[in-house]
Design a protein around this ligand. Structure first.
Ligand SMILES: [Zn+2]
Ligand SMILES: [Zn+2]
Length: 426
């Protein structure tokens, strides 16, 4: 194929059945969000570039990985690299801070980062995220974490593990930051190049360096610097999440370096991935909405990369079978078969018909691939107003009156173990 006509590097066409796994993941995630009283929000997939510059000047995404362009009107726009900044912008612009508190929102949609293509890292990827605005209470943090765990659990990764830390607040974090910088300043020569840069810009990130792990072991611990409020907050979050039966432990090296983060940071992993690997993370960012010139509001949330999730879940999440009923027909009865199909779809049965004028034998072979029931329309029986129904699960076959067909099939589906009386074995 002409390279100019191929899809852009680092993107994917999501084909069946993988497309149905995405869809199933989306429905499970949104169902669970509704169970917790969250509402769906959709924001544009592009924003004015300033929106993302405002919230993340020190991050790699904003510095190097933006998809930005000037449109024909001269406006500097960026394809959104993440959801939190866009929701915060929408929160202020629409005056959502006047809505009843707390405001619980979830989003699902594509995000864009121009990163080097590698396994599970796409330039367009899908993210599911939750944002809870208006509560400082540790119950809000706990609810966000419990929601995240329930989604992971439901898609097939049972018993997820949560790692949590508190990066403190405006009262206690500056004291810790100073102690940390003093500790690392004495070891500057030993640090990797990234960490030497972090010393000034983002000292907390020194703790999550993957190279300088020996140095951090004797570094000051955040827990020794927490103020009483911050200590009580993280203890309460851990009590609630643990009390709900979820595995949660403190990770002293888990940090988020941005200024608008407060207190809770967390990551969710799973034993099948190894102890240090995270599926996704989240945290509390009480200072974020204030960056949009609006009233500042406490907020806590997470963002879940769906490609990463689907890869970790593997075949534990399977799409539903395509159809329940296949209507095969004898030659000349294709129109009747299609009408019968419509009647079954009217009562909610997923139904397919032959559209290729195949032989009955070929139709039956096709039906056997996905459908539970095969209905055979045509011939002598049709004149008696009857059809043959094969049930692949029950391995039975019987004649059913056409007007009773929908009711018969629904009844068979409702009573899977109750075999039909007159059914001859196939
Ligand atoms: Zn504090
Ligand atoms: Zn380092």
């Amino acid at each position: 194929m002409n390279p100019e006509l191929q899809r852009p590097k680092g993107t994917q066409d999501i084909l069946p059945p993988e497309s149905w796994r995405y869809d199933k993941m989306r429905r499970l995630a949104l169902d669970i969000a509704q169970q917790y009283g969250f509402n769906l929000i959709e924001t544009p997939i592009f924003e004015q570039t300033s929106v993302f510059l405002r919230v993340g000047e020190a991050t790699d995404i904003v510095q190097h990985e933006r998809y930005s362009f000037i449109d024909a009107g001269g406006v500097n726009l960026t394809l959104r690299p993440e959801g939190t900044a866009a929701v915060a912008r929408a929160y202020i612009q629409n005056g959502l801070y006047n809505w009843p508190k707390p405001l619980k929102l979830v989003y699902w949609g594509p995000m864009f980062r121009r990163e080097r293509p590698q396994a599970e890292r796409y330039r367009q990827h899908t993210q599911f995220g939750a944002e809870l605005y208006g509560s400082e209470s540790p119950t809000a943090d706990a609810e966000i974490i419990l929601l995240a765990c329930r989604v992971v659990d439901r898609v097939g990764l049972e018993n997820p593990e949560v790692r949590i830390n508190s990066i403190g607040c405006a009262v206690c974090r500056p004291r810790y930051r100073q102690a940390l910088v003093e500790y690392y300043a004495g070891r500057r020569e030993e640090l990797c190049q990234d960490c030497q840069n972090r010393m000034e810009k983002n000292p907390l990130r020194l703790l999550d360096c993957k190279i300088d792990v020996a140095i951090r072991q004797t570094a000051p611990d955040l827990a020794d610097y927490w103020c009483d409020d911050c200590r009580a907050h993280i203890e309460s979050v851990m009590d609630q999440v643990g009390g709900a039966g979820r595995s949660i432990r403190r990770d002293p090296y888990l940090v988020r370096g941005l200024d608008y983060y407060t207190r809770t940071v967390f990551e969710v992993g799973h034993p099948s991935l190894g102890a240090a690997t995270a599926l996704f993370g989240g945290g509390r960012y009480d200072g974020l909405s204030g960056q949009f010139d609006g009233p500042s509001a406490p907020a806590v949330g997470f963002g879940m990369g769906i490609e990463r999730m689907l890869s970790a879940v593997g075949n534990r999440l399977q799409p539903e079978p395509a159809s329940v009923v296949y209507i095969a027909h004898l030659p000349g009865f294709e129109n009747q078969a299609q009408l019968l199909g419509e009647q079954l779809r009217n009562v909610g049965l997923a139904t397919e018909c032959d559209l290729l004028n195949r032989s009955l034998k070929a139709q039956l072979r096709e039906a056997g691939k996905t459908a539970r029931f095969t209905v055979i329309a045509g011939g002598y029986e049709w004149e008696q107003n009857l059809v043959q129904v094969k049930d692949f699960t029950e391995r039975s076959q019987e004649s059913v009156a056409v007007p009773d067909l929908a009711g018969y099939l629904l009844n068979q589906l409702r009573n899977p173990e109750q075999n039909s009386d007159g059914g001859a074995n196939l």
